[in-house]
Design a protein around this ligand. Structure first.
Ligand SMILES: Nc1ncnc2c1ncn2[C@@H]1O[C@H](COP(=O)(O)OP(=O)(O)O)[C@@H](O)[C@H]1O
Ligand SMILES: [Mg+2]
Length: 276
């Protein structure tokens, strides 16, 4: 399906991504891990064509998308919808309009200017919100929602484009553990139920292990690991994160521990409520 060949991005003398190769031959959920500055965002941005590759190729189903321009480029960008750490919603606009923005690529300037959306699109937007468990928030302003809800709105906006691939750049980095779990579960479901490929930059190993079928480790612009979560040993993790001998898996697992604690707390509250 998706094939990346020797993909490289240079910023002056700095090599942000260094001859990255990647083949995805069936829909799957991939986690890209690595330290800050390893090149994770740049890889996703090049795939989505938000950034141009310096060298190398991006092929989707045999089609070279590396140098598409104009409407062909916009069509490709709709096929590989992107989700960001900061949600990138219009804060003062209502939720359903934010989701409808996902159809912007396909609408005329006139329709966009006057906020005219076909009824079937509005129905579809609500359906998608419902699927993500946030339909009741449809009329609210985006800024009134919690971070986890806002990220689900961003996912809904992406789904509006009916993408083959979802590229998520640190989608849970700004969320508390409970919201992080909801968002990762939503992405996982979208992969499993719709057969869409999800490629997700994550800075913690445990999240990648927990939700992804395949993990890619990047260090200093290079892909240094590409395999199954269970193949990712502590020694390999140490290599990816470039940590010294004091590196321990626990250092990247704080999120999971917090999550386990908050899950235990939630269970206790439920029990207390049930017996009250
Ligand atoms: N627009 C840019 N201009 C110059 N350097 C950049 C730009 N974007 C990223 N970089 C550099 O490229 C490298 C990889 O960055 P990035 O892809 O953001 O890493 P990550 O997402 O893994 O934290 C870093 O050294 C970063 O400073
Ligand atoms: Mg990044």
């Amino acid at each position: 399906m998706l094939r990346i060949e020797k993909l490289t991005k240079r910023f002056g003398a700095n090599v942000a991504v260094d001859a990255a190769d990647l083949t995805v031959d069936k829909p799957c959920m991939i986690g890209i891990i690595g330290r800050s500055g390893a090149g994770k965002s740049t890889v996703l941005r090049m795939i989505n064509r938000l950034a141009d590759a310096t060298e190398g190729k991006i092929l989707f189903e045999g089609r070279d998308v590396t140098n598409l321009t104009g409407s062909a480029k916009r069509a490709w960008q709709a096929e590989c919808a992107m989700i960001f750490q900061q949600f990138n919603l219009v804060p003062r606009m209502d939720v359903v309009s934010n989701v409808l923005h996902g159809t912007l690529n396909k609408r005329s300037t006139f329709a966009t200017m006057f906020n005219l959306y076909p009824t079937e699109d509005i129905h579809r937007a609500i359906e998608i919100l419902d699927r993500l468990g946030i339909a009741e928030h449809a009329p609210k302003r985006a800024e009134a929602l919690s971070g986890g809800q806002q990220q689900r709105v961003a996912i809904a906006r992406a789904l509006m484009q009916d993408p083959r691939i979802i590229l998520a750049d640190e989608p849970i980095a700004s969320l508390d553990p409970m919201n992080a779990q909801t968002v990762m579960e939503a992405l996982r479901r979208i992969h499993e139920e719709d057969g869409r490929t999800v490629i997700c930059n994550l800075h913690t190993l445990d999240t990648a292990r927990r939700y992804c079928d395949r993990v890619i480790g990047m260090r200093a612009g290079r892909i240094v690991f590409d395999g199954l979560p269970e193949q990712l040993t502590t020694a390999m993790a140490r290599e990816i994160y470039g940590a010294d001998a004091s590196f321990s898996e626990a250092a990247t697992s704080t999120e999971l521990e917090t999550l386990a604690r908050s899950e235990a707390a939630a269970a206790m509250i439920r029990e207390a409520e049930a017996s009250a």
